[in-house]
Write a protein that binds this ligand. Structure first.
Ligand code: NAD
Length: 491
């Protein structure tokens, strides 16, 4: 009888994993014939011994396991990749309530109904292998086919604002591209990250016989992120988060895909449908209590319709705060941080409900109110800071040029997302050119740019700084060319 060495290795790895950590160095002891992985030969298939179903205690064992999984996965046909994606989609949809609730209980930010909806829509709408583009050149000298190949193991860093959703979207795109992934989640979202990854892998292992396609570091730290950045078996890095992690990834010496911060401005001109603008600003700005990087963060309205716009916001159900209430809220919700004492959102206020913000401002409003808003000047910290809480500052602009000037200033060159409400195509064109953002939305809520109410597709990693845009399977692949000289052009 033929004995498949890989199957034996997998069985041994699984048994060792079930035996659990051993005293001493904290790892189970490998059998003498299955010695520690060699970093100089990452393709050698030595079993991981510290984890199971993708859950690992440290970066080293997670990367080794992900590399082993990649060695198996690379031999699978595209049909198997589709099966893997279908499994992730199914779990994301079927378990969205339970996992969404878990994320809410752990992170304590955002809105439960949106935590659940994010997982469900990611399962439904994140594109898979169909995004992989093949190009072909056919001519007198034969054929050249350009295909998309995997990188191998990808190191991913994910934010607390969407812990499992980012992992889910990344996993679909990265695995559709033929890669495996090791995730260093935000420490404040590590439990749901770990549980989601465990469920994905358990189901994939049962159906395909490959474990650890998606690995997670169960106790993530800045050091474990750094270890991922430096590991020679990590071929590509993808970070989703604020400015510090983006800078760290770009310093790593590896290719990095950076889905960085935003501070999306909204411009409203005198031609806009103000009631529609109000509904859209509430829908986008209040979604998950303003945690989305694409979410509306400040609004510049031309003077001639400013008061009408504020009335439209009130009609649409938002609650207006007066100047004194805004000042009271600001004194608690915006804090000074860092050596330069710059303004930042207070941790206790990020992702909290509008009623919580109103209470801090000294006013009681029903929990059903999704957004509080009010007039500020352009120098107000709520305008310049990515607040990630459902208070929306509205600023008067002298005219459209002034509104676009301020929008450009407070987008801070993140080139992430901007939004205009207008029926004037010239104004739209001017703003689109000036702000040069990755997403530019006209007459809709911010999320319509991700296929949620508009055309296009969904991802929770939008790579502005490094230019890949809304990430898909294609983003996580390398171009390879296969040339046949002088033959196989059969026409
Ligand atoms: P964060 O920057 O505090 O953390 C993001 C991740 O980076 C976490 O896992 C954190 O542990 C890690 N990290 C932070 N500093 C690091 C460093 N120096 N080295 C290694 N790892 C480091 O952000 P957050 O509060 O979790 O998430 C909110 C931020 O993420 C916002 O700025 C938001 O705009 C951004 N975001 C962007 C996108 C996008 O697609 N562009 C999507 C979601 C969130």
């Amino acid at each position: 009888m033929q004995v498949n060495e890989q199957i034996i290795r997998n069985v041994v790895a699984q048994v060792l994993a079930e035996v659990g950590p051993m005293p001493g160095n904290g790892r189970a002891v490998a059998t003498p014939s299955l010695t520690a992985p060699s970093l100089t030969a990452p393709s050698v298939t030595t079993p991981s011994v510290t984890g199971k179903h993708g859950v690992f205690q440290d970066a080293e064992s997670a990367v080794v396991a992900a590399r082993q999984a990649f060695e198996q996965y690379r031999d699978c046909p595209l049909a198997d990749r589709k099966r893997v994606i279908d499994i992730i989609r199914r779990i994301s949809i079927d378990h969205c309530e339970e996992l969404g609730r878990m994320e809410m209980e752990e992170t304590k930010i955002g809105r439960l109904e949106h935590k659940i909806e994010k997982l469900r829509t990611l399962g439904e709408r994140t594109p898979g292998v169909e995004m992989l583009e093949t190009k072909c050149f056919s001519g007198d000298h034969g054929l050249a086919v350009i295909d998309r190949a995997p990188f191998g193991v990808i190191g991913a860093i994910t934010p607390v604002t969407h812990s499992l959703p980012t992992i889910t979207g990344n996993a679909v795109s990265m695995l559709a591209g033929g890669n495996t992934v090791v995730v260093n989640p935000h420490p404040a979202g590590k439990k749901v990250a770990t549980e989601g990854v465990r469920r994905f892998n358990a189901a994939i292992a049962q159906e395909l016989g490959i474990d650890n396609l998606i690995c997670v570091i169960a106790e993530p730290t800045l050091e474990s992120a750094e270890a991922l950045f430096k590991h020679r078996s990590v071929a590509l890095i993808c970070v989703t988060g604020g400015p510090a992690v983006g800078r760290a990834a770009l310093r790593s010496g590896k290719r990095a895909i950076v889905a960085g911060p935003g501070n999306p401005p909204v411009v409203v001109d005198e031609t806009a449908d103000l009631d529609n603008a109000a509904r859209c600003i509430i829908q986008g700005g209040a979604y998950d209590n303003n945690l989305l990087c694409i979410a509306e963060k400040e609004v510049f309205v031309v003077e001639s319709v400013f008061d009408d716009m504020m009335a439209a916001m009130r009609r649409a159900g938002a609650h207006e705060l007066n100047a004194a209430q805004i000042a009271t809220l600001t004194s608690q919700a915006i804090v000074k941080v860092g050596d330069d004492q710059h303004d930042a959102p207070g941790k206790d206020f990020i992702g909290q409900d509008a009623s919580f913000l109103a209470k801090a401002a000294g006013v009681a409003i029903p929990d059903s109110v999704e957004l509080v808003f009010g007039e500020t000047d352009e120098h107000h910290p709520f305008v310049s800071v990515e607040q990630m809480m459902p208070f929306m500052p509205f600023v008067r602009a002298r005219n459209i040029d002034h509104a676009i000037d301020m929008a450009e200033e407070y987008e801070h060159d993140f080139r992430h997302t901007s939004i205009i409400h207008s029926r004037n195509v010239h104004n739209m064109t001017q703003m689109g050119r000036r702000l040069d953002t990755t997403l530019f939305v006209k007459n809709g809520p911010s999320m319509s740019a991700l296929g949620l109410g508009g055309e296009g597709y969904l991802s929770f990693s939008i790579a502005g700084p490094t230019g890949e845009g809304v990430t898909t399977a294609n983003t996580f692949t390398r171009e390879r060319r296969c040339s046949m000289i002088d033959e196989l052009r059969v026409i």
